[in-house]
Design a protein around this ligand. Structure first.
Ligand SMILES: [Fe+2]
Ligand SMILES: [Fe+2]
Length: 198
C-alpha cells in the first residue's frame, strides 16, 4: 500500500464520518490540481487536502479540551466559535497521528478555515480547494474555481470577499484573521491593477 492510500485509510477511520472523509478526498484532488497548475508540489498539496479536516468531527467541548491539552492559545473569536479550532488542531493531529511534520503543510491546515494575514502558496491552494471543491453548493463556485486555476491571489480575494458577504448577510461574526487575509489580498489586487495601468 503506498503512503497516500494508507493516509487516506487512516484519515477515513479517524474522521469516522463518510461525508467528511469524501469531502477530504475531493479537497485533496482539487489541491493537487491547483498545485500542478501553479508549479507547486502536488504531493504536499494532496496531503494537506487529505488531512485538513481530521479534527472536524469533534464537538465544541472536545475542541476546547484538545486545544487546552496542547496549550494552544485560544483567542476570543475561537472561544465564541470553537468549531474554527478544528483547523489548528487538524495541524496538530496531522503531526501526532499521521507523522506529517512539514511546517508549511501545518500552517496551511491551520489557516484553511479563517485564512491568515500571511499565507504561503500552499496555504492559498488548500484554502481555495476547501472552499471550491465541486460539492460546494453556491452559484459562484465554478467561476471562482476557474479563477483559482488562473490566478491564486485574485481567487483568494474574490473567495474571501464572497465568504465575508455571506457571513454578514447571515449575521455571523467575522473573524479578525479573515479580515486580515482580505486586507492582504486586496493590497495585492491594488498592486496588480496599478502595474497594469502603466
Ligand atoms: Fe475545515
Ligand atoms: Fe474542509
Amino acid at each position: 500500500m503506498n503512503r497516500y492510500t494508507e493516509l487516506a485509510r487512516t484519515m477515513r477511520s479517524t474522521i469516522g464520518q463518510a461525508h467528511r472523509a469524501d469531502h477530504s478526498i475531493r479537497v485533496a484532488r482539487c489541491a493537487e490540481l491547483l498545485a500542478m497548475r501553479h508549479g507547486l508540489d502536488p504531493a504536499r498539496a494532496r496531503i494537506a487536502g487529505m488531512l485538513h479536516d481530521v479534527a472536524r468531527m469533534w464537538p465544541a467541548s472536545r475542541l476546547l479540551e484538545e486545544a487546552g491539552a496542547r496549550a494552544y492559545p485560544v483567542d476570543d473569536f475561537e472561544r465564541r466559535n470553537p468549531i474554527v479550532l478544528h483547523a489548528p488542531l487538524g495541524a496538530a493531529i496531522a503531526a501526532e497521528r499521521f507523522a506529517v511534520r512539514d511546517p508549511e503543510i501545518a500552517a496551511a491546515i491551520a489557516a484553511h478555515t479563517l485564512g491568515a494575514a500571511e499565507m504561503s502558496p500552499l496555504a492559498r491552494v488548500l484554502f481555495l480547494a476547501d472552499a471550491l471543491e465541486p460539492q460546494r453548493d453556491y452559484p459562484e463556485r465554478r467561476q471562482l474555481w476557474e479563477l483559482a486555476m488562473q490566478d491564486l491571489d485574485a481567487a483568494m480575494y474574490a473567495t474571501l470577499e464572497r465568504t465575508l458577504a455571506y457571513s454578514r448577510s447571515r449575521g455571523f461574526e467575522i473573524a479578525p484573521r479573515t479580515k486580515a487575509a482580505l486586507d492582504t489580498f486586496s493590497r495585492m489586487k491594488v498592486k496588480v491593477s496599478t502595474v497594469s495601468t502603466h
